[in-house]
Design a protein around this ligand. Structure first.
Ligand SMILES: Cc1cc2nc3c(=O)[nH]c(=O)nc-3n(C[C@H](O)[C@H](O)[C@H](O)COP(=O)(O)OP(=O)(O)OC[C@H]3O[C@@H](n4cnc5c(N)ncnc54)[C@H](O)[C@@H]3O)c2cc1C
Length: 354
């Protein structure tokens, strides 16, 4: 009888032990901010977190210093209904988003919070921070996720986007992901759409201050194009020029057209390598991944490495003088013609912006 009771109690215990690992998910989203606002790509990472599980509790991690961090935290707290907590790391160490201190921060926050998932958008920030943080946590991240089919089941492109692989994560917690922001569009949320703003909490950085490895990299300068153009990664329209544009001087036509229709400018690697434009405009496997409403390609042959970066665009228009150019296989509208005739005609016929 006594042993029966013990067995019964033991069974109860074993049931409890089996249930606890299936507690609801909690996700840490690593977010970038600029000018006091959260970047759209980071909100896409929140969308991805939401699709892991309806009950997922989402914490957003922001780092920086001073007033812009405070403004970004306030914006983050009411920017998406799925965010339940905003964690802020306020220190001079984070004035610039250097990967090494950020990786230490992620490690620290994960040790305290025990999140089941860590997600960042797959931009240069995420690509810089995630591998370092993963090494500190001794886990293997899953990169460039385009679809979430379950809390440990993900879809990501391989072979320059020519095949999709389904990956089941079987490693230890946390499961770390980088997501393609273009695959997780943000449901249109009016500003301050959330009635209950998420709580904002400071991360205690005292242990980080003692960590010598944090100061190993230092910020030197930021060089970026100072143009009032939409960001290539988030633009609704992208006008891209390829080697067919022939020179940096001719590329000004692409610029003019982009300006006229409020588009971002993109380029192929051949155009970048030829020195027509800087490499931050490169679209493709080794450049930026874009998925605008409208993608216009002029003098672009359509190599698979280029297609890998723009194939998810909603409408693709291609102008090429070679009727057999592979770009026409992915184009919704194709025009076999000389870009040096077509672009001036477009510039003439498109009305000036009011
Ligand atoms: C590992 C690896 C990674 C790569 N990553 C990328 C990447 O991220 N992005 C990328 O773009 N490429 C990438 N590439 C390079 C890629 O393979 C191609 O070489 C490149 O995309 C070709 O660029 P293009 O279409 O501008 O040039 P081309 O292939 O030379 O095509 C030029 C096109 O312009 C047309 N043309 C010429 N004159 C005119 C005219 N007057 N009017 C109309 N059309 C005209 C021609 O018919 C031709 O089709 C990568 C390659 C490798 C090996």
């Amino acid at each position: 009888m006594a042993s029966g009771r013990i067995l019964f109690a033991f069974r109860n215990l074993s049931i409890t032990a089996r249930i606890t690992p299936y507690r609801s998910l909690s996700t840490l989203v690593l977010a970038e901010h600029e000018g006091g606002s959260i970047k759209t790509s980071s909100l896409s990472a929140v969308e991805a977190a939401k699709s892991l599980d309806g009950d997922n509790s989402v914490s957003l991690l922001l780092a920086g210093s001073g007033q812009s961090l405070k403004e970004a935290a306030a914006h983050a707290a009411s920017s998406h209904p799925s965010i339940s907590q905003v964690l802020i790391a306020d220190s001079d160490k984070f004035t610039y988003p250097l990967a090494e201190p950020w990786a230490r921060l992620v490690h620290l926050v994960q040790q305290r919070g025990g999140y089941s998932h860590i997600i960042a958008a797959s931009g240069s920030f995420g690509k810089n921070v995630l591998p370092r943080a993963a090494a500190l946590l001794d886990i293997s991240p899953i990169t460039d996720v385009t679809k979430i089919s379950g809390s440990n089941l993900f879809i990501r492109p391989i072979y320059a986007g020519n095949a999709l692989s389904t990956v089941r994560y079987t490693g230890s917690s946390p499961c770390m992901l980088s997501i393609r922001a273009t695959s997780f569009p943000i449901a249109s949320l009016p500003a301050d759409s959330k009635s209950d703003a998420a709580s904002i909490d400071q991360v205690d950085l005292s242990t980080l201050d003692e960590d010598d490895s944090v100061g190993k990299s230092r910020y030197i300068k930021l060089s970026s194009q100072n143009v009032e153009r939409p960001d290539l990664g988030n633009a609704h329209i992208v006008v891209t020029g390829g080697r067919g544009v022939k020179s940096a001087e001719n590329f000004k036509m692409i610029d003019k057209l982009a300006e006229k229709i409020g588009a971002a400018v993109g380029a192929t690697r051949a155009a970048v390598d030829a020195g027509f434009v800087p490499n931050d405009l490169q679209v493709g496997q080794t450049g930026k991944i874009v998925a605008p409403e409208l993608y216009m390609a002029f003098g672009v042959s359509g190599a698979i490495q280029h297609i890998a970066g723009m194939r998810d665009s909603k409408v693709i228009v291609a102008v090429n003088k070679d009727a057999d150019a592979p770009i026409f296989q992915v184009a919704d509208y194709g025009l076999v013609g000389d870009l040096f005739e077509v672009i001036p005609e477009l510039l003439e016929k498109i009305p000036e912006k009011k």
